[in-house]
Ligand binder design. Structure first.
Ligand code: FES
Length: 277
């Protein structure tokens, strides 16, 4: 069950600006009914100022609330101001969205970009990307952008923000490759009390092993679980997990999330834990 803020509920139950502007200055039509979410945004623009915005959407409560919020946010903005809006701005306006529903705010941002591009008569570069997720028609450029903009660190997070990987799952390997390639483009230079410090692979493995032995294994063993380090490749930490963790279950955190959180806290905040069998 998702937890929605009061503002999300308010915009879902009484959405603003539902409908379609006739002869709009800009039209953004994104998503598809086949993929489960679609949004049509129409803008009326006068002297480069958005004077009216309307939407029609097919989607969940978060999609309706995000679209409604978006129309309110952009009305009165210049086109230049509106194009700087991010999906995080939409989510923040609503007081937050469940992490699994962040793709609804992304869809709002995409519709806005498409409507502005239509107004300006330009073609968005995203249209040139290669589709990596057939189920949801998500391109490699969509995924790379989401990883960079929202600092995504796992395939699960990519699914939350783009929906890619949320269907048959066949694209998961491609998503993992894109994640690894995108993250490794940016050299990791963690900042410590003594200033920036780069960890060598050997140092990283040693620190991970120390934290596993000192912090993580004892906690898991209390619940009859255990963990083995299998490999480290860049920021990816491959582990084999056993058993359950009562404290994790209580907080609805998965075992993998618990291990990742600890390693990020105590070793490097860019580490990504992958479970291998
Ligand atoms: S191809 Fe990506 S979920 Fe099916």
């Amino acid at each position: 069950m998702w937890e929605y803020t009061d503002k999300v509920q308010e915009h879902f139950l009484r959405p603003h600006n539902v409908g379609e502007i006739e002869n709009p200055s800009g039209l953004g039509d994104v998503g598809s009914l086949a993929c489960g979410d679609a949004l049509k945004l129409t803008l009326k623009i006068e002297d480069d100022v958005i004077v009216d915005a309307k939407f029609k959407t097919f989607g969940c409560a978060s999609a309706i609330a995000s679209s409604s919020a978006l129309t309110i946010m952009v009305t009165g903005m210049t086109v230049d101001e509106a194009e700087k809006l991010t999906n995080d701005d939409i989510a923040d306006y609503l007081g937050g969205l469940p992490k699994e529903k962040m793709h609804c705010s992304v869809m709002g941002r995409e519709a806005l970009e498409a409507a502005i591009a239509d107004y300006r008569g330009v073609i968005l570069p995203m249209a040139e990307g290669e589709v990596v997720c057939e189920c949801f028609g998500v391109t490699d450029l969509d995924v790379i952008r989401a990883i960079k903009e929202s600092d995504l660190r796992s395939v699960e997070e990519i699914t939350n923000f783009t929906k890619a990987g949320g269907g048959c799952g066949k694209c998961e390997d491609k998503l993992r490759d894109l994640l690894q390639a995108t993250i490794s483009e940016t050299p990791v230079v963690p900042v410590t009390a003594d200033g920036p410090k780069r960890l060598t692979t050997l140092q990283k493995i040693k620190k991970i092993e120390e934290v596993l032995e000192r912090e993580i294994k004892p906690a898991l063993k209390k619940d009859g679980g255990d963990i083995e380090l299998v490999d480290v490749d860049g920021d990816f930490v491959m582990v084999s997990l056993r058993g359950a963790c009562t404290s994790c279950a209580k907080s609805q955190t998965t075992l993998k999330e618990y291990v990742e959180k600890k390693l990020r806290e105590l070793v490097l905040d860019t580490l990504i834990v992958e479970e291998v069998k």
